[in-house]
Design a protein around this ligand. Sequence first.
Ligand code: DAH
Length: 466
Amino acid sequence: MLSEDPTKRTLADLGVTDAIQLAFRFTELRAQLQRDLKRAKESGEWDMLRETWIGSPDSVKSRITTNWLRTAPPGLQPAVARDLENLINEVFILSTVMRSLDQLGTAQADQVAAQFLKLQQVFDTEIEECVDEIDLGVSRTFWLGRSSGVLTHITDSWLKTASPQLKRVVGAEFNKLKTHVESKIEERRTAIEAGAEEASLAREGVDLSLPGVIRPVGSHHLIRQVLQEVEDIFFSIGFSVVEGPEIETPYYNFEALNIPEFHPVRDDMDTFYLQLPKGAPEPLLLRTHTSPMQIRTMEKRQPPVRVIVPGKVYRRDNPDATHSFIFHQVEGLAVDTDITFCDFTGTIEYFVKQFFGPGVKTRFRPSYFPFTEPSVEFDVSCIFCGGSGTAAGGGNCSKCKGAGWIELFGAGMVDPAVYGFVNYDAKKVSGFAFGMGIDRLAMLKYGIDDIQVFFQNDVRFLRQFP
Ligand code: DAH
């Protein structure tokens, strides 16, 4: 027997708490049974085998009954009972079919038929108890398995050793049993499959009276919508889109844009620097504007250049209704041999009228950016009070504070110093550039008074812009 016989201990003692652990214990027992059967076959001591497993008061069967079945938690009891019954059947069947008819004391044709009938009865009960494919697979192997299935054992132990008088009847009974087993297994398989199908149909059945599953359809974020609107307007007048890295070097973000290291405008553009390993060749930062792409574009292309650059930008700003450490810009750059200030203002005016409607007026005021000369600030007539500066109910318009104008974005003619950084001939080319805050444009156009809502992603806000 097993070195440490588990059937002498209770299931709780063995730590068996579920059907899987239980099945494992029975598998162990079956392996032991196989070893005992082999030994009995060699020694011919079949009575002893039956005694060890099912006959005596100290057999495996009675130990399992006392130590496992009686002490099992109620939930596990049916499984123990069933596994035990199967094991006993196996002992009975295998110890029958592994013996020769001689050893079984079967010498008459009717005794042969009776042996086969007993086997068939055990098979019939067993197959009825198969509830799924797994059970069925186990039974199929046990009865039909090529190397050690019941039928193979019968061929080896009964058929091959049968006396000439019995051979014919053993052969006939064998074929009968074989056909019976095969057709029953097939029958059961079809039944199990049909049952499974029915169950899955019942599970998946369509109930037309149930309300449908509503799958919400997403939409573009308002910022994305406005970006697309801006892109479309510039597409229509011959600009194309380029995009660039959000992680930049100080050279592209500042120096090449004519903002040397200690220039005061850097104060407005404080940003986030990346932590780099010691010895990294240069610092890296989150770009503070989309303007670096002016440089990257001109480095790669010769004039004429007409591009816009949509993208995210970052600043070390404390969040409030008009500031966020992340926001969006669209940069514009047009450089050619004959671009004038008129092309510049005409382009901007065209854009503003397309975007806000033909009724708005534009104006520009002198301003300062290191990379444009002259630099301007573009204003649009207040879209809330129609440029009157007066609120509907009287008093000052709260949006433009009574000015009638709203500041839109910075722009200017490209400073010749910038051309020096990209090897353009400042004497031959000219151009203009602009950089607008998309969040600001969206807030103005859609009457939103807090930039934070763009980044909070509250669907109650987002759904208002399907
Ligand atoms: N980059 C500037 C900023 O973020 C905006 C800007 C101003 C861009 C003038 C331009 C420009 O291209 O010409 O404040």
